[in-house]
Design a binder for this molecule. Structure first.
Ligand code: ZN
Ligand code: ZN
Length: 301
């Protein structure tokens, strides 16, 4: 049975594997369809689509962005968006700018604490530089012994150099995805720890803003919550998605193609998602259909 994975990260954001390495691993593990959903960037595309074609893997364009809504920090996935959309590029540039401003503010605070760290000491990780990189730089400098210590003393919310990140309002994040032709989906609702009534309320509010789906299957969603989310999708007409949130790290909660607890991401999610994206399903083992669809099924739009 071919596997499906609609949430994973590459070296273009905070993953450790390049898109090419991800495709090789996907082939090895029998993942037939995947989406690389890097934070705040679609830099893996269009290369990921080419690599997918070469490897016989269907690649659905994707990304993950962070937004705020009534004091909550939410992650949204966008699927099937045009990776060349100028409005998307402008929106993502603003996010990078905010990230850079925050790094500078954290460094200013550290300097105020007599730690003369400079921006040059952080790797320019395609604009994705953030607190983990600052933590590493503090370790390299010998200010702290570990990245954990850097977070505990300086970088976490009650740390001495913490600076709040300027996040997009959720309506703006949803619009950015929709304007680029994408489907906005609430990522790992279990991470919000809202409980079922709170989550139901939140989902209703987000639907009013244009939310189109929920990430039902994810390592951070408990089994009861997964059932609740699946039911919400059914009753509210939302698309259900699922993925591993694979980063290629040892701390990953699930390997490629699984949604936690050794359970595969259900492959029957794919057809309704593709239908919503106006994409044809990848060819199954029907030689005639395969011939007809060969040129039509790829999600590169
Ligand atoms: Zn996330
Ligand atoms: Zn993620």
């Amino acid at each position: 049975m071919p596997l499906l994975d609609l949430h994973l990260h590459s070296t273009m954001s905070d993953g450790t594997m390049t898109p090419r390495e991800i495709m090789a691993l996907a082939r090895q593990r029998g993942v037939a369809t995947l989406s690389i959903t890097d934070h705040d960037t679609v830099a893996a595309y269009p290369e990921a689509l080419d690599l997918g074609r070469q490897a016989g893997i269907t690649v659905i364009n994707g990304l993950e962005v962070t937004a705020h809504h009534q004091g909550l920090s939410l992650h949204l996935l966008g699927f099937g968006l045009d990776h060349q959309s100028p409005s998307l590029a402008a929106g993502l540039r603003d996010i990078q700018e905010a990230r850079r401003a925050r790094n500078l503010a954290i460094i200013a605070r550290l300097n105020g604490l007599n730690i003369p760290l400079t921006l040059d000491e952080l790797p320019n990780h395609r604009g994705q530089t953030g607190r983990p990189h600052i933590a590493r730089a503090l370790q390299v400098r010998g200010v702290v012994r570990s990245e954990q210590e850097a977070f505990a003393r300086f970088l976490r919310k009650d740390g001495a150099a913490y600076v709040q990140r300027q996040l997009l309002p959720v309506s703006q994040a949803i619009n950015m995805i929709v304007e680029a032709g994408g489907l906005p989906v609430l990522a790992h609702p279990g991470a919000l720890k809202l409980g079922e009534p709170g989550l139901r309320q939140l989902v209703r509010e987000l639907i009013d803003q244009g939310l189109a789906g929920l990430e039902v299957y994810h390592p951070m969603n408990s089994a009861p919550l997964t059932r609740c989310l699946a039911l919400l999708c059914q009753t509210l007409g939302l698309v259900a998605t699922g993925g591993s949130d694979f980063h290629g790290r040892e701390g990953d909660k699930a390997p490629l193609g699984e949604a936690g607890g050794k359970l595969p991401v259900p492959t029957d999610l794919l057809a309704p998602l593709l239908a919503r994206l106006n994409l044809n399903p990848p060819p199954v083992s029907r030689p005639e259909a395969d011939k007809e669809q060969r040129h039509a099924h790829h999600p590169d739009r």
